[in-house]
Design a protein around this ligand. Sequence first.
Ligand code: DQA
Length: 147
Amino acid sequence: MTAVTRVLVLNGPNLNRLGTREPTIYGTATLDELRTELSSAAEGVEIDLRQSNDEAELIGWLHDAADARTPVILNPAAFTHYSYALRDAVALVTEAGIPVIEVHLSNPHAREEFRHTSVISGVATGVIAGFGFGSYRLALAQLLHAH
Ligand code: DQA
């Protein structure tokens, strides 16, 4: 694999509200703080962190990642549980040999039953859940050091 110069960190619906959204589950830190934290752990690699509440926009960003061969850390948020369109977009990235790591702040398996299903995991390169921002940090470490 060619050297990683940029990592796309994609975040799905409602994650723009991190900091105030259900803080007992998701904590009080914001997406901007996540960007800062990941950038300082990125060893010079560019962290391109984006968030959208729009399925189509997330799909477009995954298409761009496939074209540019950019590895992705993806928190699909609620789309995890039902978006076949997002799953198909992830599949076209990973089938091209580009890693997509699915991450979650919480551990969905320890929550409501509808969160126990991920339609994304079956086509993701790997899954890390339950460690707050640590889930993203672990995913980044894997992308930076695993090859
Ligand atoms: C989440 C878990 C999802 O079930 C939920 O819909 C989210 C956030 C997480 O990071 O723990 O929005 O992906």
